[in-house]
Write a protein that binds this ligand. Structure first.
Ligand SMILES: [Zn+2]
Length: 486
C-alpha cells in the first residue's frame, strides 16, 4: 500500500510537470520553436513585432515606407521612457542605434537574433540597462519583397535556415548597392527614415560567402581616409577593441572581413577594403556615422550564427551606452569639421589597397590544399574544417586614395535636372535657388575618352571617362539650383 501511495504521488507529479512543459512560453519566437532551424515569413515577423508593441509600453511598431509589391517596411522602436517620435528622441539626448537585417533577404540571421533581443528587453525586462542611454531602431527585414521569394535553394552554400529569401528586390535591384543612387523605392524610404531619426550608430547584418575559417562572425568597420578624423579615431581606438574583446570573451572571436589577396591562397594575406557610399558601411562614412558591417560565416549552422549575432547585439548596445557622450560628441565634431573644412580641400573618391603597408596577424583558419581536378584539369581548393590551424599572415591594412576632387564652395545645377535634385533632397542636401538671371565665371569639366561599359549594372550603364577642368563664362537663369558644400 505504501508503495502504491508513492507511485500515486509520483504519477501526479509527472502529470503536473507534463502540463507545465506543454504550456509553451507564449513569447518563444518562430525560430526558437522550430528548434533553431527555420526563420519566420514576413507576415509572422510583422505579427510578432505587433504583439511586442501591444504587450510592452517600451515598444512601438511602425512602417517607414511601402515596397514595390505593397508590403509595409517594418520598423520597431524600443525606448524605455516612451520616446518614439523623432522629436521626442532628439530631445531625450540618447544615442540612437539602428540595427537592420535582411538587406539581402537570404542573409537573415539579424532578424531572428533581433526579435529575441527586443523580446528579452521589452517583455522579460532582461538587461534593461542596455536602454538607459540608448533608443533602438530595429528593421527586422529591409528587403521585404525579396524575403518573400522564399525557398530552400536561394543560398545554396549557406548552412540554414531551412528556407530563406532572395538577395535582390522585386525589381531585381541590390539594396546594398543603392545607398547613394537611391533607385529603389525601399532605399528612398530608408533615406527619409534615416534623416528623420538621424541614428548615431548603425549596424547592417549579412552572411558572407567564400573561404572557410573558424570565425563565426567577421566585420567591416570603416576607419580609413574616407572617414572624418574624430569618427576614425573612435572606431579604431574605442569601438573596434571593445567589440573584439567582448566577443572573444563570449567565445566568438571576430576577424576583419575576409577579403583574400589571392582567392586561392590565404597565406598571401588579407586586404583592407574601403567601402564606397553605395554600400551601407561606405554610406555611413559619408554621413559621418559608423555603419558597422556584420558578415556571419555561411558554413556555420544557423543556430550558431544567430547566437553569435545575439551576443553581438548586446555588446553593440553596451558600447552605445558606455560611450554615449563620446559618440554624440564624435558625430557632432565630424559634422562640424566636414562643414568647415571640406570646401577648398581635396576629397578622396577612390582607393586601392597599399601593398607596402602590412602587419602580421593571427588568423584562426582551417587547413586547405590545392588538388588537381580530374574534371577541369586545373587546381581545386579543398578546405578541411576538422583540421584547425592558426595562421600568421600579412594584413594589408591601408588603402590609399587614387582619385580625388577639389571641393568647390558651391555647385550649380540646372533646374531641369530635377531627377538629380530629387536624389540630393533624399540625402537631405539643402537646395538654394538663384533669384535672378546671372552670368558667372565658373569652373567646369569637359569630358573626353568616354567609354560605356557593354553591360548594364544595377539598372544603370556605368561609364569611364577622363575630364579636363575649364574656366568659362556661363549664363544661369533664375531658378538654377545652388548647393553649398558646407
Ligand atoms: Zn549580403
Amino acid at each position: 500500500m505504501h508503495s502504491t501511495v508513492i507511485r500515486g504521488w509520483a504519477f501526479l507529479l509527472l502529470v503536473l510537470l507534463g502540463s507545465l512543459l506543454s504550456q509553451e512560453d507564449p513569447w518563444l519566437t518562430y525560430y526558437e520553436k522550430s528548434n533553431f532551424k527555420r526563420t519566420p515569413r514576413y507576415r509572422e515577423t510583422v505579427e510578432f513585432c505587433q504583439r511586442l508593441a501591444q504587450a510592452s509600453p517600451w515598444v512601438k511598431y511602425t512602417r517607414f515606407g511601402v515596397s514595390p509589391q505593397g508590403r509595409d517596411l517594418p520598423l520597431v522602436i524600443v525606448s524605455k521612457d516612451g520616446e518614439f517620435t523623432p522629436e521626442q528622441i532628439r530631445q531625450s539626448g540618447k544615442v540612437v542605434v539602428l540595427v537592420q537585417a535582411g538587406i539581402h533577404a537570404g542573409e537573415i540571421d539579424g532578424k531572428d537574433a533581433g526579435l529575441m533581443l527586443v523580446r528579452d528587453l521589452a517583455i522579460h525586462h532582461r538587461m534593461p540597462e542596455l536602454l538607459d542611454r540608448v533608443i533602438l531602431l530595429f528593421i527586422p527585414i529591409f528587403n521585404v519583397d525579396g524575403h518573400e521569394r522564399f525557398g530552400p535553394y536561394n543560398r545554396i552554400n549557406q548552412n540554414g535556415p531551412e528556407e530563406m529569401g532572395w538577395r535582390v528586390t522585386a525589381q531585381n535591384l541590390n539594396l546594398n548597392r543603392d545607398f547613394l543612387k537611391a533607385d529603389c523605392p525601399e532605399m528612398q524610404a530608408w533615406l527619409r527614415m534615416f534623416n528623420r531619426y538621424l541614428p548615431d550608430l548603425l549596424m547592417d547584418i549579412h552572411v558572407t560567402d567564400g573561404a572557410d575559417y573558424q570565425y563565426v562572425m567577421t566585420y567591416g568597420l570603416e576607419a580609413g581616409d574616407n572617414v572624418a578624423p574624430p569618427l576614425r579615431e573612435f572606431n579604431r581606438k574605442v569601438l573596434q577593441p571593445f567589440l573584439n574583446l567582448k566577443m572573444a570573451e563570449d567565445g566568438f572571436p571576430l576577424s576583419p572581413y575576409v577579403a583574400l589577396r589571392d582567392r586561392n591562397d590565404l597565406r598571401r594575406g588579407l586586404v583592407n577594403w574601403v567601402a564606397s557610399p553605395r554600400f551601407s558601411n561606405g554610406y555611413g562614412a559619408v554621413q559621418n556615422r559608423t555603419f558597422y558591417l556584420v558578415e556571419n560565416h555561411m558554413l556555420k549552422d544557423y543556430h550558431t550564427r544567430v547566437t553569435a549575432t545575439y551576443h553581438f547585439l548586446i555588446h553593440f548596445l553596451e558600447a552605445a551606452n558606455r560611450y554615449a557622450e563620446r559618440i554624440k560628441q564624435v558625430v557632432r565634431e565630424s559634422d562640424r569639421l566636414t562643414a568647415e573644412e571640406l570646401p577648398g580641400h581635396y576629397l578622396p573618391l577612390d582607393f586601392r589597397t597599399s601593398f607596402r603597408d602590412s602587419i602580421i596577424i593571427k588568423f584562426l583558419g582551417v587547413d586547405y590544399e590545392k588538388i588537381p581536378s580530374e574534371i577541369s584539369g586545373s587546381d581545386w581548393l579543398v578546405y578541411h574544417p576538422d583540421r584547425l590551424r592558426l595562421f600568421r599572415i600579412p594584413f594589408f591594412y591601408r588603402s590609399v586614395a587614387i582619385d580625388s576632387v577639389q571641393v568647390p564652395s558651391v555647385y550649380l545645377i540646372p533646374r531641369e535636372w530635377q531627377v538629380l535634385l530629387d536624389r540630393l533632397a533624399l540625402h537631405r542636401v539643402k537646395i538654394h535657388r538663384l533669384k535672378r538671371d546671372t552670368t558667372l565665371l565658373v569652373k567646369s569639366y569637359r569630358f573626353k575618352n568616354v567609354r560605356w561599359r557593354e553591360h548594364p549594372y544595377e539598372g544603370r550603364h556605368p561609364v569611364r571617362f577622363e575630364s579636363e577642368g575649364i574656366q568659362e563664362q556661363r549664363f544661369y537663369p533664375a531658378g538654377t539650383a545652388v548647393v553649398f558644400l558646407n
